[in-house]
Design a protein around this ligand. Structure first.
Ligand SMILES: Nc1nc2c(ncn2[C@@H]2O[C@H](COP(=O)(O)OP(=O)(O)O)[C@@H](O)[C@H]2O)c(=O)[nH]1
Ligand SMILES: [Mg+2]
Ligand SMILES: [Zn+2]
Length: 303
């Protein structure tokens, strides 16, 4: 999506299209077909309450000698995440480790739900496969029909497969601290040199006080990636409990078959979803997550 705009645009009266890859202290770094330029945002944006976001596709007026410029236009966003604050995401890599830290499948499934809700493709990335057998975990997500990749950043296993899935996409790497996001990205992006750390909550608290996101380009320029320190969820609002099952694409074929028209697929005897869980066609873990999210929606409605 961004590429087509970048490639089709060459400077025309000093106006050039590009993509914000970084923002620091009022300066934005714009990736264009002619290189990266440092730009400020036009004053009008502030007046209108528009804040440029990393990921935005923009038009800028560039002063070539100084390689600086002004963002004159922000193109409509396809989507926008709150934390990290980035736009125009096409894919979310949900990273967790097979062990250390132990995966919390409820948290992972909630991330999947939010991705499906936002119409962003989830890919499931199970790291640290060098430490233990991952078959049980991968089975849950394979069986659910999600794109699932088992990797080891340490031993460089399947990193090339993961990399091939990033082509032409803008991928957010999400997952709690310590699962190996930065280690994976260091494998994918030569010279990224992202800081990696021990699994320690003490270190976490001190270190991630400033969060600024940055789009990094994969080596051949065919995709963008965002590392997110400790990022574990993004906002999902206004999902009604009666619609929650539609955000579990693995449930859909069974839910469509369910003979109860208003079924919530939670406990009902004879419910096609519950039957699929009972006979092993659907993962029990996924259904447990469904129940938890379902109850959470009901809980939140009380207030
Ligand atoms: N055994 C093993 N350790 C890993 C692997 N990937 C990362 N680690 C270690 O896990 C810790 C956290 O990694 P880091 O990349 O900082 O995780 P992040 O917080 O998700 O960015 C570091 O000590 C890494 O060396 C892996 O594939 N196998
Ligand atoms: Mg990290
Ligand atoms: Zn049902």
């Amino acid at each position: 999506m961004p590429k087509s705009i970048l490639e089709s645009q060459k400077s025309e009266n000093g106006i050039i299209n590009g993509r914000i890859i970084k923002g620091i202290g009022g300066f934005y770094y714009i990736d264009t077909a002619d290189g990266v330029f440092e730009c400020r945002a036009r004053g009008r944006f502030r007046k209108e309450g528009i804040i440029p976001l990393v990921g935005d596709l923009v038009a800028c007026r560039i002063d070539m000698p100084s390689k600086t410029g002004l963002i004159t236009e922000i193109y409509p966003r396809n989507n926008e995440l709150i934390r990290p604050s980035v736009s125009n995401i096409t894919q979310i890599a949900i990273v967790f480790s097979a062990v250390n830290p132990k995966p919390n499948l409820r948290v992972i499934d909630k991330l999947i739900t939010s991705a499906v809700y936002a119409d962003i493709k989830p890919i499931i990335c199970i790291n640290k496969s060098d430490l233990t057998d991952t078959s049980e975990l991968s089975d849950i997500y394979d069986r659910s029909g999600f794109d699932t990749i088992i990797v080891s950043a340490k031993d460089n296993i399947n990193i090339d497969i993961l990399k091939s899935k990033l082509r032409g996409e803008t991928t957010v790497f999400a997952g709690i601290s310590g699962v190996g996001k930065s280690s994976i990205l260091n494998r994918i992006i030569k010279g990224a040199n992202l800081e990696t750390g021990e699994v320690s909550s003490k270190v976490e608290r001190g270190r991630h006080t400033t969060r600024h996101s940055e789009l990094m380009q994969i080596d051949d320029g065919s995709g963008y990636i965002i590392d997110t320190p400790g990022f574990s969820s993004f906002a999902v609002s206004d999902i009604d409990e009666s619609e929650l099952y539609t955000l579990f694409p693995d449930f859909t074929p069974y839910a469509d078959d369910c003979k109860f028209p208003d079924c919530r697929h939670t406990v009902e005897k004879g419910c096609a979803v519950i039957e699929a869980v009972n006979c092993g066609k659907l993962s029990k873990s996924r259904h447990d997550s469904y129940l938890e999210e379902y109850n959470e929606i009901l809980e939140n409605k009380k207030y």
